[in-house]
Ligand binder design. Sequence first.
Ligand code: GLN
Length: 410
Amino acid sequence: MKSPIPDYLDEVLEDLRSDTGGATAQYIPELAAADPDRLAAAITTTSGATYTAGDVGTEFSIQSISKPFAYAAALMDRGLEKVLSSVGVEPSGEAFNELSLEGGTHRPKNPMINAGAITTHSLLVGRGAAQASRVEHVLDLFSRLAGRTLRVDEEVCASELAEADRNLAIAHMLRTYGVLEDDPHDVVEGYTRQCSILVGVRDLSMMSATLATGGVQPVTGERVMTPEVARQVMAVMAAAGMYDAAGDWLTRVGIPAKSGVAGGMVGVLPDQVGIGTLSPRLDEHGNSRRGSEIFARLSRDMGMHLFAPGQGRLDAVTAREGEHSTVLATQGTVQFTAAAELLDLMAEVVQDAVVELDVSAVHSFTDVGRRMTLEGLRRLRLEGHAVRLHDPGSVLPQPDLGDGSLPDLV
Ligand code: GLN
């Protein structure tokens, strides 16, 4: 059998093919000349399967989609506190190439607009770092996120640099406010190289799937960033990824996303998927017109929305009386809700009963699910219950009850 997912993606692209509204980015000559009819989509799941449709082999410059990933690099290089002292996390409500600084601090409002992304680039590696080492650094990180070696398109870079007055003006303003500590020309050149890294939709879906897993590249298995960094990046994408259309986007589509002026887009749903699309014609906000439509379709057809409730529970908890014990069984992914229910059932266990926790049908515990479950077992033990654990798949590693002792394994 052939998976129907690529067929579905083909169908979505076919439905959109006749929409030729919008235009390629005109302010960068190399992008203005791009083939506007290119159309592609890729979805990578957190378990590493990728489904594609359309012009999957087409490479294009990453442009502003580099911003969330460079932000991740800056967070890893300099720490959250330092990065937050230079760049805020509020939606700007303005176009991506406005200065959009906060009153008082003069911090750029967020790292997804040019002012914030130029500042973020200047934070890479360390103060005064050479341009080449910053560019190498993001190239290396993006390659690890994509799972293959990427490169800079020097022609696109030269084309943009020849017309970079606006970004240079922004960088000079940032320098006068002391937000930018390094040479504005050098930083804008490095930032423009970062924007000129070539990717395809498959690279984009892999990169965002790595955010979705909380930092582990789903195919290579490499931990590329911590869950805390991935969370910060996804949250900022949700708040400010779609520039002045961020609120409309988050409510209507609900997939934290980032667009680039070459027509690419990435989107991410934590614990589910990373998405990459390409269609070079842009709308009035500078977002890919058909790319945005692909996301809207996925949201509508596939329930892919950050706030979509009613997706069904991912867990279950049951209690039954065994021959010599009260058996509490959990299933699926044990997070806060299931663990809370389990703790309520534990609270009802009759005095002196032997309690067996059966986790043989559990897929995994979240950190909080694990801690709550172990705390329940510890309290039962303290109250004098014999506590047993049935865990043939070792989904509850190191079930230490807090005093160094372990439950009896059955
Ligand atoms: N390199 C582009 C710029 O700085 C990126 C903008 C974008 O993709 N929105 O103008």
